[in-house]
Design a binder for this molecule. Structure first.
Ligand SMILES: Nc1ncnc2c1ncn2[C@@H]1O[C@H](COP(=O)(O)OP(=O)(O)OP(=O)(O)O)[C@@H](O)[C@H]1O
Length: 260
């Protein structure tokens, strides 16, 4: 079951030695159940801070973050996360790494846990690699395993903080397709933080452009490219138009002059 996420007038500042550092400014965003929202914006504007608030790792100074209508008061087991660095445990096999969240959440037998992890690994093309150690896999394969681990326990919400950022361009595009296919197979509400506008257009239903810090939702762009996407779709006129819109918005957020 996936849950809607809502941000209701969320404002936050970090306390630093030189005084408060305002990071988020009156953010109100609704992310419907099962939707995929990408967040793009200038470096350091507050994107990761948003993920920490949704994950319940921090509380905002003002406003409310809700999952399924309930205020977030702390971390939840039913939120999945994946980051740029996969942090797989070297002393466990790939299969055992993917199973880890199921061990934490509990409720399934050993066989059920293994079946579920094997099913996901097959879905992302890692069949036959279950017994390998993380260091025996390429960076792209490790990130595939990490994606499986982030959704193995059927999270209500999946938070992706630049999970493809460290990969080479070709591997990254392969992973976009994998992520898209995973998302069609397993419905969860997803928030993706990225610096890559093509990634946001390929994967999301809507992309929120943050302003420079403190971040406001400067523009929300609906990505109306349909539910089933392939990488070639990125070259279709509508995708190119959406990319141009996002690029213009980022330039505005960065305070750069926009060429007409
Ligand atoms: N715990 C903290 N204490 C103080 N300042 C922080 C803390 N965490 C982040 N910051 C600062 O808050 C601002 C926003 O950080 P955040 O990581 O949310 O930005 P971001 O948009 O994800 O950055 P990037 O695009 O570079 O990944 C940055 O200036 C950062 O240095």
């Amino acid at each position: 079951m996936s849950l809607p996420i809502s941000l209701d007038h969320v404002t936050h500042a970090y306390k630093t030695a030189s005084g408060p550092l305002p990071v988020l400014d009156d953010l109100s965003i609704d992310m419907p159940e099962g939707s995929f929202t990408a967040v793009v914006g200038p470096s350091g504007c507050g994107k990761s801070t948003l993920t920490r608030l949704i994950a319940g790792l921090m509380k905002p100074d003002e406003g409310i973050v809700r999952l399924g209508g309930q205020p977030v008061t702390g971390p939840r087991k039913t939120v999945g996360m994946a980051f740029q660095n996969p942090v797989l445990l070297e002393w466990r096999s790939i299969l055992q790494n993917v199973i880890l969240p199921l061990e934490i959440v509990g409720g399934l037998s050993k066989t059920q846990r293994e079946d579920r992890a094997r099913e996901l690994l097959a879905l992302v093309g890692l069949e036959g690699f279950e017994d390998k150690r993380p260091s025996e896999l390429s960076g792209g394969m490790r990130q595939r395993a990490s994606l499986c681990r982030s959704i193995v326990h059927r999270p209500e919400v999946l938070i992706l903080d630049e999970p493809f950022g460290a990969l080479d361009a070709f591997t990254r595009e392969d992973l976009w397709q994998t992520m898209h296919d995973l998302r069609r197979a397993e419905r969860f509400t997803c928030v993706l933080i990225t610096h890559d506008l093509r990634e946001s257009v390929f994967l999301s239903d809507r992309t929120v452009v943050f302003s420079a810090r403190p971040a406001r939702a400067q523009r929300i762009v609906e990505i109306d490219l349909g539910d089933t996407r392939g990488l070639d779709d990125l070259y279709a006129p509508r995708a190119v138009e959406l990319l141009a819109t996002l690029r213009r918005e980022i330039q505005i957020a960065q305070g750069r002059e926009v060429a007409q």
